[in-house]
Design a protein around this ligand. Structure first.
Ligand code: AR6
Length: 173
C-alpha cells in the first residue's frame, strides 16, 4: 500500500514519528531555526553522534543526509540533511533541494522507518522561495512513495503560516 502524506502546522520536535528530518548545515554542529530547536530538545547525544559522523566521513555535503539518534525527542531518529542556500536559482538549487528529500527518504528506508516528518528545508535562513520549495518537496516525496512500501506515513510539518497555506493549496486543492 502506498504511504499517506499528512500536513501539520507546528513544531517538528514534538512529532511522534519514528524519524524527524533536520534542516542542518554541512558542519552538522547545530545552528539556528529548526536545527537549533532539534538540538535543544534532543539533548547532547545528537551532537555527539554528529561529531562522530564528521570525524568518520567529513562534513555533510549539500543534498546529502546522515542519521543519528533522536536523544530525548519522541522520535527514535533524526535524519540531518543539508539544504541549498538560495542563490537565485542558477546554482542547481532545485536538484539539491530534491536530493535532500530523496536522500532522507532513502536513509529512512534503510533504517526501516515507517513514519517520518519533514520541515520546510531551506525556506528559513537559507532563503529558498517557499512556493518553489513546497512544489519540490511534495513532488519528490510523492514520487518516492509511489514506488516504496516500508514508509507508511510522511508528515510535512510547517512552522510558519505561509508555508502551511502553500502546502495546503498544493496538497488539497
Ligand atoms: N519545527 C518545524 N519547523 C521549524 C521549526 C520547528 N521547531 N523552527 C523553524 N522551522 P531554517 P534552513 C521552519 O532556517 O532555511 C540553521 O542555522 C522555518 O519556519 O531552520 O534550511 C542550520 O544550522 C522554516 O520554514 O533552515 C543552517 O545553518 C524551516 O523550518 C540553516 O539554518 C527551515 O528554516 C539552514 O537553513
Amino acid at each position: 500500500m502506498n504511504a499517506v502524506i499528512e500536513l501539520i502546522k507546528g513544531d517538528i520536535t514534538k512529532m511522534r514519528t519514528e524519524a524527524i528530518v533536520n534542516a542542518a548545515n554541512s558542519s552538522l554542529m547545530g545552528g539556528g531555526g529548526v536545527d537549533g530547536a532539534i538540538h535543544r530538545a534532543g539533548g547532547p547525544a545528537i551532537l555527539e553522534e554528529c561529531r562522530m559522523i564528521v570525524a568518520r566521513q567529513g562534513s555533510c555535503k549539500t543534498g546529502n543526509a546522515v542519521i543519528t539518534t533522536g536523544g530525548f525527542l519522541p522520535a527514535k531518529y533524526v535524519i540531518h540533511t543539508v539544504g541549498p542556500v538560495w542563490n537565485g536559482g542558477g546554482r542547481n538549487e532545485a536538484i539539491l533541494l530534491a536530493n535532500c528529500y530523496l536522500n532522507s527518504l532513502k536513509l529512512a528506508e534503510e533504517y526501516k522507518v515507517r513514519s517520518i516528518a519533514f520541515p520546510n528545508i531551506s525556506t528559513g535562513i537559507y532563503g529558498y522561495p517557499k512556493s518553489e520549495a513546497a512544489e519540490i518537496a511534495i513532488h519528490t516525496v510523492s514520487l518516492f512513495i509511489q514506488a516504496n512500501t516500508i514508509i507508511e506515513k510522511v508528515h510535512f510539518v510547517c512552522f510558519d503560516e505561509e508555508n502551511h497555506e502553500l502546502y495546503k493549496n498544493i496538497l488539497y486543492l
